[in-house]
Design a binder for this molecule. Structure first.
Ligand code: ZN
Length: 431
């Protein structure tokens, strides 16, 4: 069995039977149906895997990917980087956003289009490449931006805690059904939250409880009932908030939220009226509550994908949807991804209420784009000439693998890897 026709692969997947990974790439090679546009990336001139490997299950996809050389017990950071890079490489072909298709692949033209590999504090990275700066649609940029925002929010929460204040966490959801378009659902959360913190009723509660501001993050998952946009909110309150204070916020938010949801023509949430509320106990928790949760829960245990289908109870983050497409070539997942990409474009993911940054003393120093494009500096290790780089991005996983060997064995290791793939040498940095 060298491959599965697409339809039966899907059927198997639905039945949750472990199946050999069928990628767009293998199907392209064997001539079975592939989604439009997936044939552009060549299979890097490698010969098909031996049959034994194909039958072995989850590992054979990796056998074809450069990250097959990864030590499975490798540092989590290295694994996560491989996964994000591999997801982004899928988007180089499949994204409908040009910036994403260029991210980490096309050089920004400085230094003759060469790419420089640098190492800072034992972590390697490339400089000289374009970055898309998308918190929604790019696995690599999103991780950088969310990490930066989480640190910012944690710092704000820590400072507020030190000043004797409290932070309340609130989640807003509403009932929705399979087939509803994300483009219609997403604004209901964003606009609904805006409505929640405006007008006289809010000002009254705000003054009574001592609220100084909010940070909200809109997130999206996809599950059995289709798209599930929801908001995570941090409410900053002066002094130690009492149980009555939390109750007051809950009563207000539940009434107002339910009214809003009904006004939009949706069912009233019956589970606590769609509002979950509780006290935040640590600054770190505050940061991850609004900024980290969307960042692909499964990335850490990526190499153990085999048991993932059963384990996640039907709800996937968008990056998990993308990753499922990466593994299975399921065109329905690709369609979901495209819908998500289009629906989130232009929406603000994380919003601080007006004046809150000033109150907390955390000014925004960098935009999302700047956070993503930030050159972290470090020592130049190798200069990869533009024409060599053009070959690197054609081989799945080679970019991340080059960073691994750069960290482990510098220029000589990188050149060994480049030669193994029939590419020219990287050069020592000038001077
Ligand atoms: Zn990007």
């Amino acid at each position: 069995m060298s491959t599965l026709p697409h339809a039966s692969a899907l059927a198997l997947r639905r039945a949750q039977i472990p199946l050999p990974r069928v990628t767009a790439e293998t199907r392209a090679r064997t001539g079975s149906a592939v989604p439009r546009g997936t044939t552009r990336q060549p299979a890097a001139g490698r010969s098909p895997e031996p049959r034994a490997q194909l039958a072995a299950g989850p590992s054979w996809h990796f056998a074809k990917h450069v990250s097959a050389t990864l030590d499975r017990s490798a540092d989590d950071r290295v694994t996560r980087r491989h996964v994000r890079y591999a997801q982004r490489a899928v988007l180089w072909r499949e994204s409908r956003l040009q910036r994403v298709r260029y991210c980490g692949r096309i050089t920004h033209g400085g230094d003759g289009g060469n790419v420089v590999a640098k190492v800072r504090e034992d972590v390697a990275h490339f400089s000289g490449l374009q970055s898309c700066g998308s918190i929604w649609a790019c696995p690599v940029c999103s991780a950088k931006i969310r990490n930066g925002r989480a640190n910012e929010i944690s710092a704000a929460a820590a400072a507020w805690d030190l000043a004797g204040g409290s932070v309340v966490m609130m989640t807003l959801t509403f009932p929705h059904d399979l087939g509803m378009r994300l483009a219609s659902l997403l604004p209901i959360v964003a606009d609904g939250f805006r409505a929640l913190i405006s007008g006289r009723p809010w000002r009254r509660v705000k003054d009574q409880v001592g609220v100084v501001g909010t940070i909200r993050s809109v997130e999206v998952t996809h599950g059995g009932n289709g798209w599930h946009p929801h908001a995570h909110v941090l409410i900053f309150v002066t002094g130690e908030i009492s149980a009555e204070g939390i109750a007051q916020l809950a009563v207000y938010a539940r009434a107002r939220w339910a009214k809003w949801i009904m006004k939009q023509g949706y069912r009233v949430p019956h589970d606590r009226h769609g509002v979950d509320i509780g006290l935040c106990v640590s600054a770190k928790e505050a940061g991850s509550y609004v900024s980290k949760t969307q960042d692909g829960r499964s990335t850490g245990n990526e190499l153990a994908r085999g048991d993932m289908k059963q384990g996640r109870q039907g709800s996937r983050t968008p990056f998990e949807v993308l990753d499922d497409f990466r593994w299975t070539g399921d065109v329905e997942d690709l369609a979901l991804w495209h819908e998500y990409e289009a629906a989130t474009k232009g929406h603000q993911a994380i919003t601080w209420s007006k004046g809150l940054r000033k109150i907390l003393g955390v000014l925004q120093e960098q935009t999302d784009e700047e956070l993503a494009a930030e050159e972290v500096g470090g020592d130049d290790v190798a200069v990869i000439p533009a024409e060599v780089w053009a070959g690197v991005v054609k081989i799945p996983g080679l970019d991340a693998a080059l960073l691994d060997v750069c960290e482990r064995s510098g220029l000589s290791g990188m050149n060994k890897l480049l030669r193994r793939h029939g590419l020219g040498d990287a050069l020592p940095p000038p001077g």
